[in-house]
Design a protein around this ligand. Sequence first.
Ligand code: ACM
Ligand code: ZN
Length: 413
Amino acid sequence: QEGYKLAVTAHGIRLESATTTGFFYGLTSLKKMLPACVAAGVKDEKVTTYELPLVQITDKPRFPYRGFMLDVARHFFSVQEVKKMLDVMAIYKLNKFHFHLTEDQGWRLEIKSHPELTAKSSMRSGTVIGHNATVDDSIPHGGFYTQQEARDIVEYARQRHITVIPEIDMPGHTLAALAAYPELGCTGGPYEVGHRWGVYKDVLCLGKESTYKFVQDVIDEVVDIFPAKYFHIGGDESPTVMWEKCPNCLQKAKDENTDIKHLQQYFTNRIEKYLNSKGKSIIGWDEILEGKINQSATIMSWRGVEPGLKAAKQGHDVIMTPSSHVYFDHYQAKETKHEPDAIGGCSPVEKVYSYEPLPETLDAEAKNRIKGVQANLWTEYIPFTTQAEYMVLPRMARLASIISTIKVDWPDT
Ligand code: ACM
Ligand code: ZN
């Protein structure tokens, strides 16, 4: 459905596709053969004539899900900056934009039923300097998208054949929300929007019914903005220490015939049911596999490839995003002296290119469950869009290579 055939002959250009998406990708390839100024529609006096190579291209994507995630919560990126990323994705024929909208350090989407999420949770009063040193810059950082702006991003993406998948990360990574609505936490706070990176022990209290009401209120507005079939519920890095001491959480676990270690599983299944009632399917980070969760949940494998392979064997749909290969916030050179400060790791272009999402050891049925690959840009150490582009651009080209089946022939005439 997304494939095309492109032939440049002595007589002209012929582009064939079954769908407008295929046609869009064919045009994208054609554009890449043009001088950059022509493709971009920018005037350059020196470029007056140009030639296309004689070529035949057959191309279709290897996977239906070809994703890129931008964390706009650790650092905020403007609508304009997000749109530029979408342009870049389109060049590489990526089709799923995973919009990581909420974090401990900031909530980035207007929710009309809970105005404090933008008034308070979207702003932190400072950011730790370096790798969680004790020094804080005391510079307020924040920002959010109005619902109208989010809709504008969705439409801009749609015109580039990209679906925007929103992520509301829960029950962990919710400190910013707790800062505005402390009753959502186990102790009732007070809480402060996070200044440092990593995992916070304060998460949503799963023992109080009011938490579920809050989550459902948020979902009601988010699903109305983002028409995607998928809804990402996060689910990563959620400690249980506060639940273990909370009478409400202990009681809930008892009532639901489970234990504290599996309270997240109860939460995930309940939220999934609610989202299903809205016509949505959930994606969660691979931690959600740690409980008995419904097979209908799609697993995003980030702690290496193993969780994804395990999930595929269990019959879950899987999106591979192993931090070992496609975390674009990792360094891209072994020698880091002249690189911008990064979170760690090392995934140079060769490593991205070496990644094979469908290992030989996997049987055909499990292979079929792997719906695609996604690269992630976490932005703890990436405050500027120029730095984001520096981290993304060389490696996204390699990501595009491993998820494409492009075949190029150069006929003699
Ligand atoms: C993640 O990198 N915490 C999903
Ligand atoms: Zn609790």
